[in-house]
Design a protein around this ligand. Structure first.
Ligand code: AN7
Length: 359
């Protein structure tokens, strides 16, 4: 096959891409409507920054994050293998996605999360879907060690991104970016890095399409970590990672080596940004592009901003930033950056005065 398949995206990720990801005819076509997310040309914000800026809205997946892409394949394979229970450690989004797919497939789900360190919406998503939520007094990294062991038990399927099927599903994100750019890779792909599954998946996707001759050149990858959780930038594991972007509060990335390989092979860079810098991008995205993503996602744009400043990325470049998760998941962080609403009497005069006062 030399062109992209044309199955409608709504049929689900496995149905659409089954010839090109690691599934077979017997793999159930599990879907909750994942994939097929928009690539939006953010003209106004892009003009201010001086690049052709495209935002890959992975926040438009059914549970509000890119995790649904990989989870769909991991869960389908788990069902096929006869698993009865999904298990994962999570900073929030993996647990929301695992819980949703478990519900759709009729499986049990156990999610292990760092106590008090996951965004409110994500915790609720796992709870409403009926997952057993286990809070630990420890980090995501501690949780991952524990679930790797528990995942070996009969009937259990570990669905963190150490599961190879997660990467198979998530690589389709890179293919969609290329499709939407007219069968071309962007000059740069900017992506947040936590456990380093997604950067690994995108790079695999780009490489595979390049090898098949579907795109004629590869993008450079800009991986971005939070300054308080930057083991790949600092070159050593972080025992006590800290950042406002709880999604990427990860000190020992399971696929760290593959992330560094992607950076090296693509001629890209891995950088870190402070919470203050990521909050600037987090506020600019809804205010100048109309897109409300979660703090961890905004770090891709914070990375772009600094890469433009230091000349790593040239003005005028075609750039795609992966917005990995939805802003509504984490209202507590959003509350910190907004102006409070105006209180007003319920009539036109009073509202008119409030409008004039606000100018
Ligand atoms: C919004 O949910 O690790 O580098 O347990 O939720 O593939 O880990 C989430 C990670 C970026 C980093 N953006 O991706 C989890 C979890 C958002 C995220 C990442 C995550 P990876």
């Amino acid at each position: 096959m030399t062109t992209a398949p044309t199955t409608p995206r709504g049929a689900g990720l496995i149905e659409r891409w089954h010839d090109h990801i690691d599934v077979d005819d017997d793999t159930p076509r599990v879907t909750i409507g994942e994939g097929g997310t928009p690539l939006v040309h953010a003209r106004r914000l892009g003009e201010r920054l001086g690049v052709e800026l495209h935002l890959k809205l992975e926040l438009a997946n059914p549970t509000g994050s890119f995790k649904d892409r990989g989870m769909c394949v991991a869960v389908a394979r788990a069902v096929q293998a006869g698993a009865t229970t999904l298990i994962c450690a999570s900073t929030g989004n993996t647990s929301a996605s695992a819980a949703a797919f478990a519900a759709a497939a009729g499986l049990k789900c156990v999610v292990v999360v760092p106590s008090g360190k996951i965004a409110a919406g994500k915790l609720l998503q796992a709870q409403v879907a009926g997952a057993l939520v286990v809070q630990i007094d420890g980090s995501f990294d501690d949780g991952l060690v524990a679930v790797r062991e528990l995942g070996e038990r009969p009937g259990m399927a570990l669905v963190n991104s150490v599961n190879p099927y997660r990467i198979e599903g998530q690589k389709t994100g890179a293919w969609e970016v290329c499709e939407d750019l007219g069968m071309q890779a962007p000059d740069w792909l900017c992506i947040p890095v936590g456990n380093a599954g997604n950067i690994t998946a995108y790079w695999r996707g780009f490489r595979e399409w390049h090898e098949r001759g579907l795109i004629d050149r590869l993008p450079k990858i800009l991986g971005v970590q939070a300054a308080g959780a930057a083991p790949l930038v600092d070159g050593a594991p972080v025992e006590h990672p800290e950042t406002i972007a709880t999604a990427i509060r990860i000190g020992k990335p399971a696929r760290g080596d593959q992330a560094l390989e992607a950076i090296e092979q693509s001629g890209g860079r891995i950088i870190k940004r402070t919470d203050a810098e990521l909050l600037e991008a987090y506020a600019a995205l809804p205010a100048e592009a109309g897109i409300f993503c979660e703090p961890a996602s905004a770090i891709s744009v914070a990375g772009l901003m600094s890469a433009l400043e230091d000349g790593t990325i040239e003005r005028g470049a075609r750039v795609a930033c992966v917005l990995t998760g939805h802003g509504l998941k984490d209202p507590d962080t959003a509350v910190e950056i907004v102006t409070p609403p105006i209180h007003c009497a319920p009539n036109a005069d009073a509202i008119a005065r409030a409008i004039d006062a606000a100018d």
